[in-house]
Design a protein around this ligand. Sequence first.
Ligand SMILES: [Zn+2]
Ligand SMILES: [Zn+2]
Length: 270
Amino acid sequence: MQLFNSHVHTSTSPDCTAPIEDICLAAFGAGFSGIAITDHCSGSHYISYNSYDILKNSLRDVRRLAKEYQGKMEVLAGVEFEEIIWSPEYINRLIATSRFDVVLASVHKVQNVPDTRYFSRIDFSTYTNDELSYYINCYFKDVLKTVKTCDFDVLSHLTIILRYVCGKYKIDFNLSEFMPIIDEILAVLIERDKALEINTSEFSTVGLMPDEKILSMYRTLGGRKITIGTDAHFPQDISKGFDFAIDVLRKIGFDSYYYYKNRLPQKIII
Ligand SMILES: [Zn+2]
Ligand SMILES: [Zn+2]
């Protein structure tokens, strides 16, 4: 079976220090047949993060490493566009003028709430249950708006808010009250023929993002396009949780997963 990791970062991302050479070496050593380099590009503060230069450097490095690994491992050009709905015109222009293999869409901060900082900067332990419910509902609303209105191929790490609420702050919180909006997000993905990512970066703490229950809902609704990404920011995390994700897919009844090349889905039988 081919192993394709569709979500990997390099030192071109502002929160990663691993050079692309180290990431590719680790991926090749772990037996991956391909990886997509998906450095962060932010729609919420693209000028201070200089998203244009991040993208330019990332694509340049990917082309170089793709040549180096030709015939051994595919190194594809991706991007993780965060908070696209904060500045869709800018992101759409970047997408239209760059040649990507895969475009990931993700949400790491919420737009219409009192605290619009990154989840990682917010102390959720100070929130009441009602405040938390309100905030998480706004998170899902932003995801829904993203999947309804934006240009992308794969929705990344749906439910990532749990990494902070349940993982970092150990708050006992479950998503049952949000199942209707999650259902709507999945239905829009299927209708627009977009893929859902299984993000394995927190599989040893809060589990897969999204979890088995949501993945089953997606399948029941008719969803078949799944990608798998470890979201590795360090070489040692390159394959973390990948086999576990395949096992869960098989258990739910999936017979395949996908990766994207030239923004077209490529099927891998599991
Ligand atoms: Zn992300
Ligand atoms: Zn990422």
